[in-house]
Design a binder for this molecule. Structure first.
Ligand SMILES: Cc1cc2nc3c(=O)[nH]c(=O)nc-3n(C[C@H](O)[C@H](O)[C@H](O)COP(=O)(O)OP(=O)(O)OC[C@H]3O[C@@H](n4cnc5c(N)ncnc54)[C@H](O)[C@@H]3O)c2cc1C
Length: 283
């Protein structure tokens, strides 16, 4: 397996190289790509490294929070603005791979690899993230929900780079949580759930739920959300959200789990996540 290796130092140079070299592939941390190449699932003619691009680095918090797509997950996990506003994202990174993986793997790579089980996707969905994309023709912004199209499929056009993840700062009264169940350490989840609740006193005025590993893409559980919106999140309502969640996913059986167990587990995780968020305000 032979391939050219390019290490551009600017974003313009990277997108120009991708436009010039057919069958090239970007590589960030390489923790997904090199595994796929070793298995013979991908054979790019050239690799274009994203590691030298300052445009993909840094985390900034102003009117919006901008997480550079090339920031290693271990840096995202401890950034003060992320820790303060996006605890479910921090929790999803804490269980992803190992410390060594998190030191090189990037948040952009986790989304662009487009695994249905990608751990950062459910929290980013409940936080309403958008992704910033750049190519030789310019810049565009796409909601994360429209970016993830299927297993290993995204809205990226040929040669396009995901440059950043964009998030609105959290509002007062917001609580969020991420729960997942895997078989063993360092494995993708069997199922995962992120939940976000905005409280106004004892009333839950906004709920967002998302699940991973139980459909072709990580997805919002909108029918379950509508069960909970405007309620006090009591045990009966949480039970109804659990039952509804089980009906709006399409899990498969694979080496990690059966589809029936995945369905059951998703309901359990939704109920537990909501119970946790009800507990956070002493409800
Ligand atoms: C032992 C092990 C355990 C793991 N455990 C987990 C786990 O528990 N949960 C989980 O979700 N994942 C897990 N992974 C998968 C992987 O580590 C993550 O998905 C990681 O975030 C990928 O990031 P990366 O920078 O290494 O991506 P890369 O491998 O560099 O790239 C992945 C894909 O995305 C493309 N790409 C990367 N960055 C960009 C960009 N900015 N713009 C355009 N395209 C881009 C590449 O071309 C490639 O197709 C594990 C991997 C290993 C090896």
């Amino acid at each position: 397996m032979g391939y050219e290796y390019h290490r551009p130092s600017t974003l313009d140079e990277a997108v120009r190289l991708a436009a010039e070299i057919p069958e090239s592939s970007y590589v960030a941390g390489g923790t997904d790509l090199f595994v796929q190449m070793r298995k013979g699932h991908r054979e790019p003619r050239a690799l274009i490294s994203l590691r030298g691009l300052s445009e993909l680095g840094g985390i900034e918090a102003s009117a919006r929070v901008r997480i550079g797509a090339g920031v290693p997950l271990s840096d995202v996990q401890v950034h003060p603005a992320v820790v303060e506003m996006f605890p479910a994202l921090v929790a999803s990174i804490a269980t992803l791979g190992s410390r060594q993986i998190r030191n090189v793997a990037t948040v952009g790579g986790n989304l662009c690899n487009a695994s249905p089980a990608a751990d950062t996707a459910p929290p980013l969905l409940v936080y309403g993230a958008s992704v910033e994309l750049r190519d030789v023709d310019g810049r565009r912004e796409v909601p994360l929900e429209d970016f993830l199209l299927g297993p290993a499929q995204t809205a990226l056009r040929a040669g396009e780079i995901l440059t950043a993840i964009l998030l609105a700062p959290s509002v007062g009264g917001t609580c969020s949580v991420f729960l997942r169940k895997g078989r063993v350490a360092m494995d993708l989840p069997i199922a995962s759930v992120a939940a976000l609740v905005v409280w106004d006193g004892a009333t839950c005025i906004r709920v967002k739920l998302a699940a991973g590993a139980v459909a072709p893409v990580p997805l919002r559980l909108r029918r379950s959300e509508s069960m909970v919106d405007g309620t006090n999140l009591d045990a009966e309502i949480r039970g109804r959200a659990r039952e509804t969640a089980e009906t709006e996913i399409s899990p498969i059986t694979d080496l990690r789990s059966t589809k029936d167990y995945r369905r059951h587990l998703t309901g359990v995780l939704v109920e537990r996540a909501l119970e946790h968020l009800a507990g956070e305000v002493g409800g």
